[in-house]
Ligand binder design. Structure first.
Ligand SMILES: Cc1ncc(COP(=O)(O)O)c(C=O)c1O
Length: 385
């Protein structure tokens, strides 16, 4: 049987990883500024994480959601403490798309309404309702097209106010920072307006923190740079450092009923253990503070480079937007300097490294990046060093 060929693959086979480094099958060592697409939060193969999961596997790896699972309670308690949302409720599932799918369904249950507002260039996953809220025709199958999606320009308060005229809106969904859309940060007044408009109209505000959450932005959640309180927050990616899990944080006033949401694998013992280990390490290794400090350092160093790009981001979620395609820059970083980076569209390099990245590792990237810019004539050689 062949694999269903949906991914354009690099010709690299990673076989081991540690901290911010990955080794391929030929022994090459790569600096990972991509984090497996914002998934590696605490670094690869953290010894505490490895031991914690291995121990659990010797005890019990899975049983169904029809019995008590104290690991779910421990995870909810620790997540509440570290995120500042200790009075919220947690529903566990298996991925980001699934978290958003449940959030969408929940908002519709709670409000009795069915229309959703999302924003141009957003990405909320590839399940039916989530993909229906995006404006990327490449990923929407005919069955996903929905009259319930209202996709508005990003950061446009007036457009949102107008869409609420009919008061049929179950929820507004927005990323803490748009990831795939190109590291776009919502304006403070925009997020505050969304918070106020939804509250005034018996509608909910869903913050998709799947990429921007878990310390990536330099705060636990990116929206915590602003004074807002979403009704629902979705998480996944960095939550268990690569072990599949997703979560929906739900306002205390939203009441569940038995059977309202459900899943077979969600919240299983092994996934909860991985997610608890991640929270323990984020706290013990001060990774949110590190994300803020090293991210600010990288951005300030990048801003000193006099070339053809602009920098934006928060913490270790950084976008470098060029006026030209970045494919060559990314390829050169990888093949000549053994540095993994991400991209967004044709013109944006995305940096999403593990949150334990050191300034020394950041300097390795900065040095290589300048040399690549010189090589492709986007920087004068005398600006390197
Ligand atoms: C903001 C955001 N939401 C949702 C998702 C979907 O997550 P998953 O791929 O785990 O389904 C992603 C994945 O890239 C994402 O970046």
């Amino acid at each position: 049987m062949n694999l269903f060929d949906v991914y354009p693959l690099f010709d690299i086979t990673p076989v081991k990883a540690s901290g911010c480094y990955v080794w391929d099958s030929e022994g090459n060592k790569y600096l990972d500024l991509y984090g497996g697409h914002a998934v590696i939060s605490i670094g690869h193969s953290h010894p505490y994480y490895v031991e914690f999961i291995s121990d659990q596997l010797h005890k019990i790896g899975f049983y169904s959601n029809s019995v008590q699972n104290p690991l779910q309670v421990e995870l909810a308690t620790k997540l509440g403490e570290l995120s500042g949302y200790d009075n919220y409720q947690l529903f566990l599932c298996n991925s980001g798309a699934e978290a958003n799918e449940n959030a969408i369904k929940l908002a519709s249950f709670v409000t009795g309404k069915k229309k959703f507002i999302s924003f141009s260039k957003c990405f909320h996953g590839r399940t039916s309702a989530a993909v229906g809220l995006t404006d990327n025709p490449k990923i929407i199958a005919p069955v996903n097209e929905t009259p319930n999606a209202i996709i508005l320009p990003f950061n446009d308060v007036e457009a949102v106010k107008k869409a609420f005229d009919e008061n049929e809106i179950a929820a507004v969904i927005i990323e803490g920072i748009q990831g795939i859309g190109g590291i776009k940060i919502p304006d403070e007044n925009f997020l505050i307006a969304l918070d106020q408009i939804t509250k005034k109209n018996n509608s909910l505000l869903i913050l998709d923190e799947i990429q921007s959450g878990y310390g990536r932005s330099g705060k636990f959640f990116a929206h915590q740079y602003f004074e807002i309180k979403p009704d629902i927050i979705t998480v996944a990616k960095g939550m268990a450092n690569g072990f599949p899990i997703g979560g929906v944080l739900i306002h205390p006033e939203i009441k569940p009923w038995h059977g309202m949401l459900g899943t077979t694998f969600g919240g299983n013992h092994l996934a909860c253990t991985a997610a608890i280990a991640v929270l323990d390490i984020i706290k013990s290794d001060s990774l949110i503070e590190n994300s803020d400090e090293v991210g600010s350092y990288i951005m300030s160093e990048l801003e000193k480079i006099n070339s053809d790009f602009t920098v934006r981001g928060k913490g270790l979620m950084i976008g470098l937007e060029f006026t030209v395609p970045v494919k060559k820059i990314r390829e050169k970083l990888l093949s000549e300097y053994k540095i993994f980076t991400g991209i967004s569209g044709a013109n944006i390099i995305r940096l999403l490294p593990p949150l334990c990245l050191s300034k020394k590792e950041a300097d390795i990237f900065l040095g290589a990046f300048k040399k690549v810019l010189v090589d492709i004539n986007l920087l004068l050689v005398d600006q390197v060093n």
